[in-house]
Design a protein around this ligand. Structure first.
Ligand code: GLN
Length: 304
């Protein structure tokens, strides 16, 4: 596995396609050359190459883990009725998608649905809810995590669009707590720092039936793993998820910080970090490198 990760990194290190996210100003400052890949198997073996221990903002990949927490709390039927499960076919921060579907966010992996999902996390105070969010991410990563304060402040100053979406959902009855408070917690959640190595461990929990293969602790009920992976198959890479599924054939999840996760259930998780993104907001080098490794190892779920 190490040589296959190293070859993938080597093949695409000089690919300069895509651009760092700039709508969050601090993300535009990160070096575009950083490139790391990690793999974690269901028995906890870890392999990594390149910048796999450089921290980056988890951004949208955090949505998968808050979904896992909330689905464990309320069950998948309730999640379907309160959030939904279908692709929007629109960009990740689309207001139109909400308007086109009678105010329902449609799925938990676009901004609207992810913020509505965070609004379902129980807690009397914002601190209570934050402690649940960070403890849940830490259980998946297997160690303590912290917020990148610069990215958090940069995104807080520029998240008017997300605030608009949250209030719009509230007006339609699809937001389950105070919009301003939840958007702030969601923004902090997106600013949590992880590495490609952390991300591979976090993804391996899903590949391993909901048990963290490194710590041995259960982080999500086994019956809730398939719905979470199904959401990733439908919307993990937003409006280019179909292309990803067509080529990779495994559930994936991207973030505008440059992280990308791919899960091969029962086998291993792959994670990459490379900041330049395509127009849909997915890491360019990450998609190419993970696709290459997935193909080399025959991990596509639809192969017989
Ligand atoms: N925090 C980012 C946002 O809300 C996450 C988007 C992403 O990673 N696609 O816009």
């Amino acid at each position: 596995m190490h040589s296959s990760l190293a070859q993938a990194r080597e093949e695409y290190a000089d690919d300069h396609g895509g651009r760092n996210a700039s709508y969050i100003p601090a993300l535009a400052q990160v070096s575009s050359n950083l490139f790391g890949i990690a793999a974690v198997s269901c028995n906890g073996d870890i392999v990594e190459v390149g910048d796999a221990e450089v921290p980056f903002a988890i951004e949208s990949i955090s949505k998968v883990f808050s979904l896992a927490y909330v689905i464990d709390q309320i069950g998948h039927r309730e999640l379907l009725s309160k959030i939904g499960a279908n692709p929007t076919g629109e960009p990740f921060n689309s207001v139109m998608a909400v308007e086109l579907h009678h105010g329902k966010p449609l799925n938990p992996l676009v901004n609207a649905g992810a913020m509505a999902t965070v609004s379902l996390i129980p807690g009397k105070t914002p601190d209570d809810i934050w402690n649940t969010i960070i403890s849940n991410l830490e259980a998946f990563a297997g160690h303590s995590l912290s917020v990148d304060e610069e990215i958090y402040h940069s995104e807080s100053e520029t998240n008017q669009h997300n605030r608009g979406i949250a209030w719009l959902l509230k007006s339609y009855g699809y937001f389950y707590n105070d919009p301003d408070m939840i958007v702030d917690l969601y923004t902090r959640m997106c600013s949590v720092k992880i590495t490609a190595r952390d991300l591979a461990v976090m993804g391996a929990c899903f590949c391993n039936g909901g048990v963290n293969p490194v710590t041995g602790k259960r982080v999500v009920k086994d019956t809730n793993v398939p719905p979470v992976l199904a959401e990733m198959c439908m919307s993990g890479l937003y409006d280019s998820t179909g292309t990803w599924m067509y080529e990779a054939g495994v559930p994936g999840k991207s973030g505008v910080g440059g992280g990308l996760l791919a899960c091969a259930p029962g086998k291993l998780a792959l994670a990459s970090y490379s900041p330049p993104l395509d127009v849909a907001g997915n890491s360019v080098r990450g998609q190419k490198a993970l696709n290459r490794i997935i193909t080399e190892h025959g991990l596509n779920l639809f192969l017989s």
